[in-house]
Design a protein around this ligand. Structure first.
Ligand code: HAM
Length: 415
């Protein structure tokens, strides 16, 4: 029996690797301009880090972690998200010694044992940023803007930004009471998950997909914010407006991780079945201390790259990969010249390909078509004797002779 990949994993094949590379390049380029520097942390960490960091009552820690004992008897876990590891590295390497906030980014695989479906995998990739060491709401707004700009620069349209404030732990404790008062009479109508969440983590109830329409009259956490939380949230909104980043306030937005304080936000888009969240993040002022570091605040985001690429592929279906020129040599002398010429075209920076199967000219032209070649360049012995080559534009079918040593320039000119 042939082997199959484990459920929930994906092979990223050359056909979509190009789009992955473009997306990752856009992320790096953006981070350079925002002055976020790359950090690479281990793909597994000690299990305790995630229990403490992500939170005991979260779905992630309760039922989604890939946890195992290594040969030394330690409990380790494949990282389900990037923030806990980055914060651990920040503390361990004392990056807080620097006067300015540490502005870090990462791109890499994450692991969650979830029910696999379109847009939901057990190994997936995130592009994330973390800015640690400042409470300035300008940093919240910067991170939200960075994510919005990422989607814009890769050419993904229809992405909405939703923001909320989840306050401080004290604010949440007060709100929990008000929320439970509202939920209690509904209890019998709620799904099993919600009933469980009411006991352990009532704010998460608001996030339930099944019972969503029952919460129209739920109290808003925004009404429970204290003065400091309200001012912070207002500033974030002012700064987003100053940067012309459209956003909507969603007072029911609660994230699936426990470390958030103040700002929480999500990027949403239609197109992947029931899933509409494609990225999210927020501020986490207690996390660094929670995992044993100094009392340093932070804010960050995580963007799911599978979901991003899926939507991009949908939106840009027509705009497939192309090559600049497909080189066809006919005859023995031309064959040798083709090898030299192909190499020269590539050295000149063009994306060039040839036939390696000894096919006839017609089949080679078909191959050029399949590869979305902009041009075919055809070299026969006669043309070679004159130092020329036939350049055929694939879309129009127009063809003309060009001098061999002007081929690269001719292709470029018409590009
Ligand atoms: P998160 O909302 O759990 O946040 O994940 C961020 C994004 O990762 C999601 O919006 C989604 O696009 C993608 N994602 C999550 N789970 C899966 C999955 N099973 N399959 C495919 N994509 C998935 C975090 O992870 C936080 N660490 C973000 C953050 C950084 N907050 C502050 N700093």
């Amino acid at each position: 029996m042939a082997f199959q990949r484990p459920p929930g994993t994906q092979d990223i094949l050359p056909g979509s690797a190009a789009i992955w590379q473009r997306v990752e390049e856009a992320a790096r380029n953006l981070c350079r301009r925002f002055n976020y520097r790359e950090i690479r942390t281990p793909i597994f960490e000690m299990t305790e880090l995630f229990r403490r960091g992500v939170g005991e009552t979260t779905d992630i820690v309760e039922k989604e972690m890939y946890t195992f004992e290594d040969r030394g008897g330690r409990s380790v876990t494949l990282r389900p998200e990037g923030t806990a590891g980055v914060v651990r590295a920040y503390v361990e390497n004392k990056l807080y010694g620097e006067p300015d906030p540490a502005k870090l980014y990462y791109i890499g695989p994450m692991f969650r044992y979830e029910r696999a479906q379109a847009g939901r995998y057990r190994q997936f990739h995130q592009f994330g940023v973390e800015a640690i060491g400042s409470v300035d709401p300008a940093l919240d707004a910067e991170v939200i803007a960075l994510g919005a700009m990422f989607y814009r620069e890769i050419g993904l349209s229809g992405v909405r930004v939703e923001i909320n404030s989840v306050g401080t732990p004290a604010v949440r404790a007060a709100f929990r009471g008000r929320l439970l008062e509202f939920l209690e009479p509904l209890k019998d109508q709620l799904c099993e998950d919600c009933r469980k969440r009411m006991e352990r983590n009532p704010l998460r109830v608001l996030d339930c997909k099944v019972d969503q329409d029952k919460f129209g009259g739920a109290p808003s956490i925004l009404d429970s914010l204290d003065e400091e939380c309200r001012t912070h949230f207002e500033k974030v909104q002012q700064f987003l407006t100053a940067m012309d980043i459209p956003f909507a306030i969603n007072h029911r937005l609660v994230r699936g991780l426990d470390y958030y304080t103040h700002t929480a936000f999500e990027y949403k888009a239609e197109g992947i079945g029931a899933i509409d969240t494609i990225g999210g993040g927020g501020r986490y002022n207690g996390l660094v201390r929670e995992i044993g570091g100094p009392d340093q605040p932070g804010v960050g985001l995580g963007i799911g790259l599978e979901r991003t690429v899926l939507l991009l592929e949908q939106q840009q279906e027509a705009a497939g990969e192309t090559i600049d020129v497909y080189l066809i040599g006919l005859g023995e002398a031309a064959e040798r010249e083709t090898v030299r010429l192909l190499h020269a075209l590539r050295q000149a920076g063009l994306k060039a390909e040839r036939d390696y199967a000894g096919r006839k000219m017609k089949a080679q032209l078909k191959a050029a078509d399949r590869l979305n070649a902009r041009f075919a360049a055809i070299l026969g012995d006669d043309e070679l004797a004159r130092g020329e080559i036939t350049l055929k534009e694939m879309a129009s079918g127009d063809q003309r002779f060009v001098k061999l040593d002007e081929l690269a320039a001719a292709i470029r000119e018409q590009g």
